[in-house]
Design a protein around this ligand. Sequence first.
Ligand code: SF4
Length: 66
Amino acid sequence: MKSAHVDPATCIGCGLCVQLCPKVFAMQDDGKSKAVNPKGDGDDDSQKCIQGAIDACPVTAISWME
Ligand code: SF4
């Protein structure tokens, strides 16, 4: 099962991934998102949700880590 990763240097803190996938992403004190639970529930729905966030992120800050 793959994990989500946010590049904090690229994230602009728009909050979209947190809205789309609140089980996976959370905003941090520095105003950037972090994959606090990078596999979500570890099921297909979580993987789809993460892929949606990857596709929606305006600055391509989210990627998969094997
Ligand atoms: S969608 Fe992208 S830019 Fe927006 S908070 Fe998430 S990682 Fe950061």
